[in-house]
Design a protein around this ligand. Structure first.
Ligand SMILES: Nc1ncnc2c1ncn2[C@@H]1O[C@H](COP(=O)(O)OP(=O)(O)O)[C@@H](O)[C@H]1O
Ligand SMILES: [Mg+2]
Length: 308
């Protein structure tokens, strides 16, 4: 499969006239960690459903592990693990029973199931919980088990649709550790979607989806570095007015509901800090993150639309 785990060309899904995913092109190397980022409704789940052969594209084509999602859906399915937004566990069964069930569905022998369950439960920190019913697990443990379930047949490509949604911060961190360990020990390709953009910083490459189209892509480090070293946020009741005052002196600013963002090459000096603080009710500065990348890409697009 010439080194690519996933390739898409013009991949499109329309519901009525409205494209949910609009002409997606992807080239994802085998063994890499890819993040599809975007707000709710951007088209992330629809993309994963097409790549995992759950729904048919309206146009375009994609290949997963070298197999066409249009004409070789069985071969695609046996090469992938999928963890959907809603978990696919039976809550009355125990942890071990859920894995056994998934293993049977995938045609594994009892011995294979036992061996892989042991491995996966260890990897996901669930070894001490194998005989507990899923209903008795925390949300984070359920999500971990759901990912283990998706890995029981040792797929080469794992799709994770918002794996940390609805979890608190410690549970989210635990899921990230599990995914890191999974990648390190099995060398699989991971295709992740999330709207917690800052979580995708460990990805090799990310693509930002907006209204079904990729609006920015690249490695997180360089994308973030493009913004400069520092973001200043000023809280204000009148963001548009403040923006007009600052822009001529300090370069482009970004207006959010109750605040204005500035990009700085360096941490703002004491004078500027005092001046900015006098303009708004609160001011702080911090390092830029992937969330900022998305905000500034959207700002640039709005500018282009207004100029047109
Ligand atoms: N079965 C469907 N019928 C009609 N519209 C849909 C359907 N599934 C998704 N959509 C629409 O497609 C767009 C993308 O949805 P989705 O892929 O679920 O986004 P995300 O996962 O990024 O939140 C949304 O506007 C959504 O309302
Ligand atoms: Mg979704």
């Amino acid at each position: 499969m010439n080194g690519l785990a996933i390739r898409a060309e013009g991949l499109t899904k329309r519901y009525g006239d409205v494209p949910a995913v609009d002409g997606l092109n992807l080239s994802i190397p085998a063994g890499s960690f890819f993040g599809l980022l975007g707000p709710n409704g951007a088209g992330k789940t629809t993309t994963i459903h097409m790549l995992s052969t759950l729904i048919r594209p309206s146009a375009g084509e994609a290949w997963v592990a070298g197999h066409s999602v249009r004409t070789e859906s069985l071969a695609v399915r046996s090469s992938i693990g999928v963890v959907f937004q809603e978990n696919a566990l039976d809550h009355r069964l125990t942890v071990a029973e859920n894995l056994r069930f998934a293993g049977r569905l995938n045609g594994l022998s009892s011995r294979e199931i036992r061996q892989r369950s042991d491995e996966l439960l260890e990897l996901f920190g669930l070894a001490g919980h194998r005989d507990r019913p899923v209903a008795a697990l925390s949300g984070g443990m359920r999500r971990a088990l759901d990912i283990a379930r998706g890995m029981i047949h040792r797929p080469r490509v794992l799709f994770l649709d918002e794996p940390t949604i609805g979890l608190d911060l410690p549970a989210r961190r635990a899921i990230w550790r599990h995914i890191g360990r999974l990648r390190a020990s099995l060398g699989i390709t991971v295709f992740l979607s999330t709207h917690y953009l800052e979580e995708a910083t460990d990805c090799d490459e990310v693509a930002f989806l907006s209204n079904g189209r990729i609006v920015e892509r690249g490695a997180p480090g360089p994308l973030i570095a493009q913004l400069g070293r520092c973001i200043v946020e000023i809280e204000t009741d009148r963001p548009a007015e403040l923006a007009k005052r600052l822009e001529p002196r300090l370069g482009p600013v970004l207006v959010e509901a109750d605040r204005v963002h500035l990009r700085c090459e360096d941490e703002p000096g004491a004078l500027l800090q005092a001046e900015l603080a006098s303009l708004g009710s609160a001011m702080r500065w911090r390092r830029p993150n992937l969330n900022d990348v998305f905000l500034w890409v959207n700002r640039a697009q709005t500018d282009r639309r207004q100029a047109a």
